[in-house]
Design a protein around this ligand. Sequence first.
Ligand SMILES: Nc1ncnc2c1ncn2[C@@H]1O[C@H](COP(=O)(O)OP(=O)(O)OP(=O)(O)O)[C@@H](O)[C@H]1O
Ligand SMILES: [Mg+2]
Length: 265
Amino acid sequence: MTDDIVVLRDVKKSFGEQEVLKGINLVARRNETTVIIGGSGAGKTTLLRHIVALEQPTSGEILIDGENIVGLSERELNRVRKKFGMVYQYAALLDSCTVMDNIAFPLVEHTKLSTKEIRDRVMEKLKILGLDPGVEKKFPSELSGGMRKRVGLARALMLEPPILVYDEPTSGLDPPTSRMVDDLIEEMRVRFHVTSVVISHDIASCFRIAHQAILLIRGQVVASGTPDELVRGDNEEAREFIKKSGVDVSDVSRVAAEMPSRLGK
Ligand SMILES: Nc1ncnc2c1ncn2[C@@H]1O[C@H](COP(=O)(O)OP(=O)(O)OP(=O)(O)O)[C@@H](O)[C@H]1O
Ligand SMILES: [Mg+2]
C-alpha cells in the first residue's frame, strides 16, 4: 500500500485551443487532508474531475493508489471511480426525492442489497452524521444548509470510499456553518480513515483543515506545503493570494490533527 494515494505527474489538459491544466505535479498522502486553493477559473474543478477519473488528461500520469488510470477503459475507470466519494457544492441533492432516497441512491445503483439492508445502512449513516431520525422522510428544501451538507456527506460515504473529495464545501454557507463543515471534514477523516481532497476559495477553511495546501493559478501549481509554510515562506504569489483573502490567519484555529509520521521530515 503506497502512502501517496493520489499522484499527478505533469498532467496537461486542453479544451480545444485553451490549455486549462499546464503540467500539474502533486501528491496527496493517505489519511491527510489536501486543500487545493486558487481563484476562479484557475482549473480547480477540472483538476478534481481528473483525480476522480471523470476526465482524461491530454498528457501526463494520474496514479490512484499506485495505479496509473490514464488510458484505462470505461469499465476500468468505473472501478476506479468507486474509490471516491464526491461531496458537491450546494450538496447537489435531488429535490424531488426524500433524504432517504437521496442517500440510498449509490447503494441502489451499485449494490444488490435488499431494501431493508439499504434502509438500515442509511439510518446508520444519518445517526453517525448527527441527523435526527425522522429527517429521512423530509425533502432537501425542508433542510438547513448545514443539514443538506450532512446529507450530501452521508451519500458520499455510502460505498465507504477510501478518498473523499469536496468541491467548494463551504461556499454559500455562513461563517458558523462553514466552520461546522470544516469540523465535519476532519471528523470524517479521523473516523473513517479517509483521505480528503478539498477544493476551496475559503482561506480560513484551508488553514483549519489542511495538512497540505496547494495553490493553483492559471492551471499551474505555484506553491505547496502546510498553510503556515505558504504564508511564511518565500513564495510571493502564495503570500499575496492569502493576504488578498483578507483572512487574519493568526486568528484561525487549526482543527486538523498533526500527522506524527511526517514530523521531523
Ligand atoms: N468541459 C469543458 N470544456 C471547455 N472548457 C472547459 C471545460 N471545463 C472547464 N473548462 C474551462 O476551463 C477553465 C477552468 O475551469 P474550472 O471550472 O476548472 O475552474 P475553477 O478553478 O474550478 O473555477 P471556479 O472557482 O469558478 O469554480 C475555464 O476557463 C473553463 O471555461
Ligand atoms: Mg470550480
